[in-house]
Design a protein around this ligand. Structure first.
Ligand code: NIG
Length: 393
């Protein structure tokens, strides 16, 4: 395959040292890639020759964003719920059932087209890799078809049948948990890599979540948990108990939670657009970062609590409202996301690593937070292939 040189970028962010939150910027830099892999990074004056040269003067190259928490398989629209919230109503897990009804009646083609549209938005804002959860089907058939559609787009698929207890099981909660454990988990083997539980008032208790996550562990799934989104509970303790790869939301936490998590490998995935869209207080990321935790930033793209696909938007909110430095936010949205998926092969730019990157029309990565709401992405490449270009592919 032809080699391509990204030539004379103002900055290339590499995240290459392997140290959390160090983004390792090379100034006045070039990057050579071929066969989907980075071959060389260094000072532009020393750049090797290539078959194709892309002029990156006054532009910045960053590792592609890794969006480690999305719910892209759904039908229907909840803009009315958002409008009501902006008029003073509060967010609750109850709205999920509206999307469940719309998802169950949607055809595969409709679900696939909706997800594909959102994924092209992701590529246009610099995301190169993403996780997708099920969780709006809540029958054996609808959860597995959601997983299969998700798997058409990514290898990082999560079974989230434990999103809420569906209406038909309202008076038989344990019956639904048994259905997840005995039928859905075995059927999800080979499609889903992760199992996630919404451990929250209005969704699943800590004891119910434990049953599901332990069964998932016994079947060899990686575990994730929606922890402390709406209030404080023992869900972070459960994340430790089941050795989760990530605990997500983490809007609420105690000093003891922070200390416990800091002694573990669990990545805390913060979801800035969720607090933004639900009018909720933001967590203070500095408390987690200063304690030595690895933090990821993700969009949580879903029709209820966070309907955005834009990682740059999440970075801007994280910096402005959650006490991230710009470097911490950028690292968390790239390498942090990769680690939240248990995958160190993404989220950085280094020789022999994946050529997954975005080219920003900006002289500094700082513009990601400095210019909120402006799409700075000129082009996005995944495995060395262009997946978005401002001028059209
Ligand atoms: O991560 N918290 C649970 N699930 C989604 C929201 C789902 C919805 O409201 O539809 C979330 O915020």
């Amino acid at each position: 395959m032809a080699s391509t040189l990204l030539n004379n970028a103002k900055q290339i962010v590499t995240n290459s040292s392997g140290k959390p939150y160090e983004i390792d910027v090379v100034e006045d830099a070039s990057l050579l890639f071929a066969d989907g892999v980075v071959k060389w990074i260094g000072n532009a004056a020393k750049a090797p020759k290539a078959d194709i040269t892309i002029d990156c003067t006054n532009q910045v190259v960053i590792p592609g964003f890794v969006d480690s928490h999305t719910h892209l398989i759904f039908g229907g629209d909840r803009s009315a719920e958002f409008a009501a919230r902006m008029a003073g109503e509060s967010y609750s897990a109850g709205g999920i059932n509206f999307t469940v009804e719309k998802t169950r009646t949607a055809s595969d083609a409709e679900l696939r087209a909706n997800a594909a549209g959102l994924i092209s938005e992701m590529y246009s804002s610099g995301t190169t890799h993403f996780e997708i959860k099920s969780g709006y089907g809540l029958t054996l058939e609808d959860e597995i078809r959601s997983l299969k559609i998700a798997h058409e787009f990514t290898e990082d698929v999560t079974l989230m049948a434990a999103h809420v207890v569906p209406k038909e099981f309202e008076s038989n909660r344990q019956g639904y948990i048994d259905l997840i454990i005995n039928e859905m988990l075995p059927a999800a083997k080979g499609i889903a890599k992760f199992v996630d539980v919404f451990c929250e008032t209005g969704a699943f208790t800590v004891d119910e979540s434990r049953q599901i996550l332990i069964a998932a562990r016994d079947l060899g799934f990686e575990r994730k948990i929606h922890a402390n989104q709406l209030g404080q509970s023992d869900s972070l303790k459960l994340a430790l108990e089941v050795n989760a790869v990530s605990a997500d939301h983490v809007t609420h936490f105690t000093d003891e939670d922070v200390k416990d998590l800091a002694d573990s490998k669990i990545v805390a995935t913060l979801l800035p657009a969720t607090e933004f869209s639900t009018n909720s207080p933001y967590p203070d990321a500095k408390r987690l970062i200063n304690a030595g935790l690895k933090v990821a930033i993700a969009t949580n793209c879903n029709p209820g609590s966070s309907f955005t696909t834009s990682m740059p938007f999440c970075i801007a909110v994280a910096v402005r409202e959650m006490n991230f430095s710009i470097e911490e936010a950028l690292w968390s949205a790239t390498k942090g996301g990769a680690l939240a998926l248990g995958d160190n092969s993404r989220g950085s730019l280094q020789v022999d690593g994946k050529a997954d990157f975005a080219i920003l029309d900006a002289p500094s990565y700082v513009h990601l937070a400095y210019r909120p709401g402006v799409n700075l992405v000129n082009a996005t490449y995944k495995n060395g292939e262009i997946v978005f270009s401002k001028g059209g592919k």
